[in-house]
Design a binder for this molecule. Structure first.
Ligand SMILES: CCCCCc1ccc(-c2ccc(S(=O)(=O)CCO)cc2)cc1/C=C\c1ccccn1
Length: 240
């Protein structure tokens, strides 16, 4: 992958996003506005507009029992599962396999009335790094999705408006050591998920419509995804 012309950007953005996601876990105060809360899932946003367009940064924190961060990232990254949990995507295509853990996607999202349909072209990179708060514990797993311009697929030529996104799914895994050296089971696993996203919807969409879409869709999206992972993993061996 290091030979690919996108590698320097992929490496830089991935590390930046991971740092941003980890910092945001600490700063529970500040300008984040809690807009949805369901059980362990808390969703925050900041109201920001650029050129009259809503690009509200979003941050979600969720705690899920019974799965590892590696499993959560695998189901988020791997295109073969995408349409099983992503209800807003009409088609997803892998344009290029840059490496085993770096894919280039074209995604067409379902049209959300009254706005026009969106598509997105982005690289997706899955990576794990040691948890510097617990060096000999499980590593931190992350998937970063970041829009990229590719000449072969110029924006806004077809029916779709090209949306721009930067998304980071970061997972920390915690294992409660079972008594007297017993085997770790799924009951001993806790996964702390931080999902950060900044989406520029591309062409203009009414701010009220966009904010309503995000308020409705994002909680559904994260709940549906995490429930899917729990369901897929429950009778499979643990992937640490
Ligand atoms: C008027 C509509 C404008 C477009 C709305 C929109 C923007 C962004 C995105 C989106 C959401 C998650 C990702 S991802 O996390 O990278 C996973 C890969 O699919 C990428 C894109 C979708 C949607 C459309 C609906 C919508 C809005 C929230 C949540 C879910 N769907």
């Amino acid at each position: 992958a290091s030979a690919h012309h996108l590698w320097p950007e992929i490496d830089r953005v991935t590390m930046e996003q991971m740092h941003y996601a980890r910092m945001s876990v600490e700063d529970s105060g500040g300008v984040w506005q809690l807009f949805a809360e369901e059980g362990e899932m808390k969703m925050y946003r900041r109201e920001e507009e650029v050129g009259g367009m809503v690009i509200d940064p979003l941050r979600a924190c969720h705690v899920v029992k019974g799965v590892t961060g590696h499993e959560v990232c695998e189901y988020f990254f791997n295109p073969q599962y995408r349409l099983e949990w992503e209800a807003t995507v009409e088609t997803t295509t892998v344009l290029e396999k840059i490496a085993d853990d770096i894919l280039l996607f074209l995604q067409v999202h379902k049209r959300i009335w009254p706005a026009s349909q969106r598509d997105a072209v982005f690289w997706s990179h899955m990576r794990h790094v040691p948890d510097d708060k617990d060096q000999d514990g499980p590593p931190i797993w992350v998937v970063v999705n970041n829009s990229v311009d590719i000449p072969d697929l110029p924006a806004n030529t077809g029916k779709c408006v090209r949306l721009l996104l930067t998304v980071c799914l970061m997972c920390q895994t915690f294992i409660d050591p079972p008594k007297d050296g017993a085997k770790v089971t799924r009951n001993d696993l806790t996964c702390k998920i931080t999902y950060c996203s900044v989406v520029n919807p591309g062409g203009w969409a009414p701010p009220a419509v966009l904010r309503a879409v995000y308020k409705r869709e994002y909680p559904k999206f994260l709940k549906r995804f995490t429930n899917y992972v729990i369901d897929q993993c429950q009778d499979k061996p643990i992937l640490f």
